[in-house]
Design a protein around this ligand. Structure first.
Ligand code: PEP
Ligand code: CO
Length: 395
């Protein structure tokens, strides 16, 4: 990597290393970590820079009020995913949802999957205790394994190589799955910076792009202004998502926007609200007012703010999910903002992870086909019904 390509603003792919970083695993062997990073620096890009540039053009249209963004997929991918089936499933689900949404949309439907790199998970607790034994929390297959034993829970740098190889295959299958240039773009949370940095490459005119995915987003737990994640994301040309959770103040949002996109490029930033159905009415309007005049795209993630714990089980209910979407669209209309899209955790399979609609009727039924490695997802029927519901609202 050419470390002399430092931007006028003092950014380079490794500049995050001088900032405090949250949610980073502690790797026991720094030499092994360095070897893995060096291998990734020479590894194939997961996506092509010109496609990431195409997504920038598509979201620029959204920022100008044309079209709609559908983003969705697993909470976390897994090394056990059968990639061919996973890609066929997500393409089929996007097609079915697009069929509902397109007639209602003025402009193009921009489709972005949470796929081909969505392997790292932020965790609220560092550790997990079962039967008196305390081990590090599971942080996604790119960091450690889910099984509750000490060797599996140890953060292993070589998992980044495996995640990269799987992502290259997944992205290639996804690109090949549809004809006529109708691409589903890829996205993931930019959480594991030792993975992102070596996959950051420059184009012929010296601009830096993340080649780990078309769109990367900043998680709600890692959006500190002086933190390493904001530092990394401010330097790449890709479309950058920003999760906006209940604790984000209007002032912080403005400073984040200024830091991540000081030049105010249309569609460069996608703001993804995730407040919960009960809080959105109070929290979103001041944020929309603060961002007024900035050429951002506003979307809603109705999943992460509508999660409650019942025992040690994560519970999400479809009525809450729909209520947050309804509130988002109503607030956007009242504020004179174009409500540009939705961000979902969803599966193409008939899983039983979210309660309501064409899914389990109660908590007792969640075990029937609970397959997620992290958060509960809408099943295929629930996702399609949700798309029809949104189409009826925006049409
Ligand atoms: C996610 O999208 O999987 C996630 C962890 O979201 P958030 O950062 O909004 O909690
Ligand atoms: Co999630």
């Amino acid at each position: 990597m050419n470390a002399t390509l430092v931007s006028a603003e003092g950014w380079f792919p490794a500049s995050w290393r001088s900032c405090p970083v949250r949610q980073m695993p502690a790797y026991a062997d720094p030499t092994q970590l360095k070897e893995v990073e060096a291998r990734l620096a020479g590894a194939a890009p997961v996506i092509a820079i010109d496609q990431a540039a195409r997504l920038r053009e598509a979201t620029a249209d959204l920022a100008e009020g044309r079209g709609f963004l559908l983003q969705g997929g697993d909470c976390a991918e897994s090394f056990d995913d059968p990639v061919a089936q996973q890609v066929a499933g997500i393409v089929g689900l996007f097609d079915a949802m697009a069929e509902r949404l397109k007639p209602a949309i003025d402009g193009p439907l921009v489709e972005i999957a949470r796929i081909a790199g969505q392997f790292a998970k932020p965790r609220s607790a560092l550790d997990e205790t079962h039967g008196g034994v305390t081990l590090p929390a599971y942080r996604g297959d790119i960091v450690n394994g889910m099984e509750f034993d000490a060797p599996t829970r140890k953060a292993d740098p070589s998992r980044m190589i495996r995640a990269h190889m799987q992502s290259v295959g997944t992205a290639a299958s996804l690109a090949a799955a549809r004809g006529n240039g109708r691409t589903i773009f890829t996205s993931h949370e930019a959480l594991l910076l030792p993975y992102e940095e070596p996959l950051t490459r420059h184009d012929p005119v010296g601009r830096w792009w993340a080649t780990s995915g078309h769109m990367l987003w900043l998680g709600d737990r890692t959006r500190q202004l002086d933190g390493g994640h904001v530092e990394y994301l401010r330097g790449i040309e890709n479309v950058v998502g920003v999760k906006c959770g209940p604790s984000l103040t209007p002032d912080e949002l403005l400073r984040l926007i200024d830091r991540l996109d000081p030049r105010g490029r249309p569609g460069k930033l996608v703001l993804i609200g995730r407040f919960g159905a009960r809080k959105i009415g109070e929290l979103l309007p001041p944020l929309m007012r603060a961002a007024r005049g900035r050429p951002v795209v506003w979307t809603i993630d109705p999943m992460h703010g509508n999660t409650s714990m019942v025992g040690d089980r994560k519970v999400r209910r479809l009525p809450d999910i729909l209520a947050e979407i309804d509130a988002f669209l109503a607030i956007a209309a009242a504020e004179g903002v174009h409500g540009d899209g939705i961000h979902l955790e969803m599966s193409a399979l008939d899983v039983t992870e979210c309660i309501g609609g064409r899914g389990p009727a109660s908590i007792d039924e969640l075990d029937k086909n609970w397959l997620t490695t992290c958060d509960p997802r809408l099943n295929r029927a629930q996702a399609i019904d949700l798309a029809a519901h949104v189409a009826a609202l925006i049409g």
